[in-house]
Ligand binder design. Structure first.
Ligand SMILES: NC(=O)c1ccc[n+]([C@@H]2O[C@H](COP(=O)([O-])OP(=O)(O)OC[C@H]3O[C@@H](n4cnc5c(N)ncnc54)[C@H](O)[C@@H]3O)[C@@H](O)[C@H]2O)c1
Length: 245
C-alpha cells in the first residue's frame, strides 16, 4: 500500500457507508488522519480507530461550516476533501415530484458545493485537493434518473469550474464517475414499474463481475487526492467497467 497521506488530514463525507466508508479506510491505510462526516453515525463497525466522526447534513449551510472548521481545528490543517455523500432514486420522469427533485439536487449537488466552499480557506492554506464523487449518470444519459443525472452532471461541471478557478491557488479538484458499485445505496434502489425493456441493458459494465467493490472507487479517490495526481486537476475519471466507453 502506498503511503501518500502521511501527515495529511482528510475529510470524507458520506463516511458511514459504502464508498465513503471504503475511502476512510483507504486513506487511513495510506497514513492520513481522517474525519468522517455523515447524517448517520460513522464507524459502526469499530474499525475507524482515531477517526473523528461528525454528524452533519451536507444540505445545512451553517452545520457544514461548523463541521469543516471543527475538522480543520482537530487536524490542525485540511489537505483533502472527498465529497462522497449522495442519494439516488429511480422514477419515470413524469412521476418525479418537485420534493424528490429538490432532495436529490440538494444532497448531491448543493451539499457538494457547500462542503467545497466551507473547506476552501483551509485547502488554500494547505495547497490541498478536492475529489468529488459524481456518477456515470452525470456524463451519459441514464434511464429513469432525471434528477440524479442532472445533479451528478452538475457535480462534474462544478468540479471542472473549481479546477480552473482554484488552479492558481494550488488547490486541485477532480471527480470520479462510478458506474455500478456494490453498496447499500445500490441495494436500496427500486426498479421503476413498467421499465422499457430496451433500456434495461443500457450502460451495463463490460467486465466481470459487472459491479465495482467500493474499495475500487476509494482507490481512485485516494489517487486523485494525492500529490501523485498533481497534473490531473480537472480530471473526470470514469470507474465503470467500461460501460461508459
Ligand atoms: N453505488 C453506486 O452504484 C453508485 C454509482 C455511482 C455513483 N455513486 C455515488 O457514490 C456516492 C456514495 O454512494 P454509496 O453507493 O456509497 O451510497 P451509501 O448509501 O452506501 O452511502 C452514502 C452515505 O451518504 C450519507 N448521506 C446521505 N445523505 C446525506 C446528507 N444529506 N448529509 C450527509 N451524509 C449523507 C448516507 O448516510 C450514507 O452513509 C454517492 O454520491 C453516490 O451517488 C454510487
Amino acid at each position: 500500500m502506498p503511503q501518500r497521506y502521511g501527515g495529511r488530514v482528510a475529510l470524507v463525507t458520506g463516511a458511514a457507508s459504502g464508498v465513503g466508508r471504503a475511502t476512510v479506510l483507504r486513506l487511513l491505510e495510506e497514513g492520513a488522519r481522517v474525519a468522517g462526516l455523515d447524517t448517520a453515525p460513522v464507524d459502526t463497525g469499530g474499525v475507524f480507530d482515531g477517526v473523528l466522526g461528525v454528524r452533519c447534513d451536507v444540505r445545512d449551510e451553517e452545520a457544514v461550516r461548523a463541521a469543516v472548521d471543527r475538522v480543520a481545528a482537530w487536524g490542525g490543517r485540511l489537505d483533502l476533501v472527498a465529497n462522497v455523500a449522495g442519494v439516488a432514486s429511480y422514477a419515470h420522469t413524469a412521476d418525479v415530484t418537485l420534493a424528490e427533485w429538490d432532495r436529490i439536487l440538494a444532497v448531491n449537488l448543493t451539499g457538494t458545493f457547500l462542503v467545497c466552499r466551507a473547506s476552501l480557506p483551509h485547502l488554500v492554506t494547505a495547497r490541498g485537493a478536492i475529489v468529488n464523487v459524481a456518477s456515470l449518470a452525470g456524463v451519459r444519459g441514464w434511464r429513469y434518473s432525471a434528477a440524479y443525472s442532472a445533479a451528478k452532471g452538475g457535480v462534474v461541471a462544478l468540479t471542472r469550474s473549481l479546477a480552473v478557478e482554484l488552479a492558481p491557488s494550488g488547490v486541485r479538484v477532480a471527480c470520479v464517475c462510478p458506474g455500478s458499485v456494490d453498496t447499500p445505496l445500490k441495494a436500496a434502489l427500486r426498479p421503476v414499474p413498467d421499465p422499457d425493456p430496451r433500456l434495461l441493458e443500457h450502460g451495463r459494465a463490460l467486465v466481470d463481475p459487472p459491479v465495482a467493490d467500493p474499495a475500487e472507487v476509494a482507490a481512485a479517490i485516494a489517487y486523485l487526492g494525492s500529490a501523485e495526481a498533481r497534473f490531473a486537476t480537472g480530471a473526470v475519471l470514469r470507474i465503470d467497467g467500461g460501460s461508459g466507453v
